[in-house]
Write a protein that binds this ligand. Structure first.
Ligand code: AKG
Length: 247
């Protein structure tokens, strides 16, 4: 199958289900090299902000501070996933590394990704509430902004059913923002899918899809580079915190 035909299948699935799995985005060597670069940058304090539980790092926020991750976001392999969906002008706007380990074996309840990272707080109709995460201003934009975004979650470790995979409710991305009651209702009615991935595979998802993850039953590293993408500027006065596109 040509890569255009393959990507049109992915696009169709994203439209219908709000997510799609792509098994072979990076090679084993590519994952190992990226991890080595991240470890090195982390030692030098250049891989974003460490989030810890007790002493265990479970996430790196502000991951686009990492030169290795910016290079990844500009690579042909990643842009080949995002460009057909968002268009050639797309850019990465936020990065987070999520990990689960025996010492930091966490879970998250069903939710949608509603916040974006911006350079500074500037009131604008439809934008709010505001918050701060790891020193960066975040805001909930109107649903229309989130509907035009895409998240790529690149798996640096294989993620099986016992490794606390992300679970999604297929098709839940098309009805805007849900309150807690609507989330419960969706869970009763919806189809839950565990997003398993080989090392080097990626999950593409719309930020508005309902998702959750459980603690790993066999905890081992589950490192995922989570990159959010947009293609449009924010309204006057507001700016994306990051804007990693092609130069
Ligand atoms: O990686 C996970 O299991 C959950 C991540 C998450 O909560 C999110 O992407 O909003």
């Amino acid at each position: 199958m040509s890569s255009a035909a393959y990507m049109s299948g992915i696009e169709e699935q994203l439209l219908r289900d709000g997510y799609a799995l792509v098994p072979d985005v990076l090679t084993d060597e590519g994952c190992a090299a990226l991890l080595a670069a991240l470890v090195q940058e982390q030692r030098q304090g250049e891989a974003g902000s460490e989030m810890k539980r007790r002493d265990a790092v479970y996430a790196l926020r502000n991951l686009l501070d990492s030169a290795a991750v910016r290079e990844l976001a500009q690579s042909a392999a990643i842009r080949a996933l995002v460009e057909p969906i968002l268009g050639p002008g797309c850019f990465a706007v936020r990065g987070i590394l999520f990990d689960k380990t025996p010492d930091a074996n966490w879970k998250v309840i069903w939710h949608q990704d509603l916040s974006i990272a911006v350079t500074e707080k500037r009131e604008h109709p439809g934008f709010g509430p505001w918050s701060e995460k790891a020193g960066v201003v975040h805001v909930q934009p109107p649903v229309a902004v989130l509907e035009r975004m895409l998240t790529v979650r690149l798996h640096l470790d294989a993620c099986g059913a016992n490794n606390g995979p992300l679970r999604v409710l297929a098709g839940s991305h098309v009805a805007g923002r849900f309150d807690a009651t609507q989330i419960q209702q969706r869970r009763v009615e919806g189809t839950e899918v565990a997003c398993l991935s080989p090392r080097g595979g990626a999950l593409l998802m719309r930020p508005l899809i309902l998702h959750a993850s459980s603690q790993a039953t066999e905890p081992a590293h589950r490192r995922v580079i989570h990159l959010e993408w947009a293609v449009e500027e924010l309204p006057t006065g507001l700016q994306w915190q990051n804007r990693v596109g092609v130069e």
